[in-house]
Design a protein around this ligand. Structure first.
Ligand code: NDP
Length: 304
């Protein structure tokens, strides 16, 4: 061992950050109710019996109510015809009590996800998956940004202040994480590289980055020696390792090898307890923003 002193990276506490964000959302939701004479409302639609999705939807509903907003849950059987789901979306589009609509993905195989997302009124699309909102993000117009990457950006700005001029590498190019993340970082004047499964010499690409966002879905793929010393690392991945005697359900880990990377990075999000808790909190933030826009009420959106 050399005489080098290795300091441990700062741990970015997503759970605490999400709690603070929910606190701000609750304040804004209270103000909205006073001004609009009604509560902001989020409608969540779940088709099918997937137990994990049911837990997720229940959590969303609980946190929506805790923030002082109405939660409208629509639980539909797996066999629901696509036309019935589209009719429900249309009804929610015109319901003045509903400010945000979220259709939980994945949908059953007999449904066309793109068609269902396209049916949502873009001004109620708090998940930010509608192509109109992807377009608004791409050209820098106000719209709705997908919750997970927006949560990552909030944590990055809290950690680093200005991101201008920093080299950012986003690993993953999905429509819900990688691409919107890259667009957000570009809008903050980062120099952005998007890496994916065909990228040549990924470790070398990552080594250039002041900011690394890993959204791959491969357990502990990003190693410590890929990280530039002092870099900020955001780990979006949620992967379950094979069961062990100690963890019969299998441990949840990210896309980054935390034990290694935390010895090199300046700051890093843990998994669990990093990006994950931010996603629902940002959904609630987007809902209260939608409520203000729908009622034509002014709001300093950057302050939440
Ligand atoms: P996708 O499967 O849609 O995308 C994965 C991306 O990773 C693809 O662009 C793929 O490249 C790239 N990739 C796959 N293998 C490699 C490799 N060996 N080297 C470089 N790139 C690779 O995943 P999502 O974006 O939906 O999710 C990513 C992760 O984030 C998952 O673990 C998911 O569970 C998690 N997640 C967490 C959320 C949270 O709330 N914390 C929310 C959403 C997702 P290519 O395009 O070439 O195939």
């Amino acid at each position: 061992m050399s005489g080098d002193v290795m300091s441990e990276a700062a741990r970015i506490d997503g759970k605490a950050f999400a709690e603070k964000l929910r606190g701000r959302v609750a304040e804004v939701a209270k103000g909205f109710e006073a001004k609009a004479g009604r509560k902001a409302g989020l409608a969540v639609v779940l088709v099918g019996d997937d137990p994990a999705s049911h837990i997720y939807v229940r959590n969303k509903g609980k946190q929506t109510v805790e923030c002082g907003m109405n939660s409208f849950e629509h639980l539909l059987p797996e066999s629901t015809p696509e036309a019935d789901l589209l009719a429900l979306v249309e009804q929610l589009n015109t319901d003045p009590a509903v400010d945000g609509i979220l259709v939980q993905l994945p949908l059953p195989d007999h449904m066309d996800e793109q068609k269902v997302i396209a049916a949502i009124n873009p001004d109620k699309d708090v998940d930010g998956f509608h192509v109109i909102n992807s377009g608004r993000l791409a050209v820098g117009l106000p719209g709705f940004v997908p919750c997970t990457p927006l949560g990552c950006l909030m944590m990055l700005k809290d950690q680093l202040g200005s991101l201008s001029g920093l080299d950012a590498v986003v690993i993953g190019r999905s429509n819900i994480v990688g691409k919107p993340m890259a667009a957000l970082l570009l809008a903050e004047s980062c120099t952005v590289t998007i890496a994916h499964s065909r990228t040549k010499d990924l470790p070398e690409v990552v080594r250039r980055a002041d900011i690394v966002v890993a959204a791959v879905g491969r357990a502990q793929m990003v190693k410590g020696d890929w990280i530039k010393p002092g870099a900020t690392v955001i780990d979006v991945g949620i992967n379950r390792l094979p069961p062990t005697e100690e963890k019969p359900k299998g441990r949840i880990v990210g896309d980054v090898d935390y034990a290694e990377a935390s010895k090199v990075a300046g700051a890093i999000t843990p998994v669990p307890g990093g990006v994950g808790p931010m996603t629902i909190a940002v959904l609630l933030r987007n809902t209260v923003v939608a409520a203000h826009r729908n009622e034509g009420l002014s709001l300093d959106e950057n302050a939440i």
